[in-house]
Design a protein around this ligand. Sequence first.
Ligand code: FE2
Length: 162
Amino acid sequence: MQAVAAEARRIAPALDDGELLVTAAVLHDIGYAPTLATTMFHPLDGARFLQALGMPTRLCALVARHSCALKEAELRDCGADVAEFPDEETPVRDALWYCDMVTGPDGQRLTVDDRLAEIRNRYGPESLVGRFLDVAQPELVAAVERTIGRYTAAGIPQPKYG
Ligand SMILES: [Fe+2]
């Protein structure tokens, strides 16, 4: 989470809503907290927790939909619950997905290809998560590429990977 937030902070100046990106990056995986795990799908649990606290609608939705969560929710039969939170499909949303997709589980900086391979390896290609990635990969990679295009155009370099 700290490394996701650090990358968000680094690229935030390239976005109109950089502050929202940083907040969403800090909170995006809060649903992994055992005390919040009700559906056991962390984007949904996190978004509902933030919603119950009265947090801004956009923040809740960014958390609910982070990194193509709807596609995984559909495989877990909670697609309708996640779909209640709209995907804003903006540069901030792309940037949150990007920050998540270039950060490994120990905070290491990875290319999106290495990150996808790392996840597949950890869960197994035949697992639900592996099947989710097969469906989500094009959207995840596109969000990463759009984000790199935006911040490099604003003069922010790419991070050192690996
Ligand atoms: Fe997550």
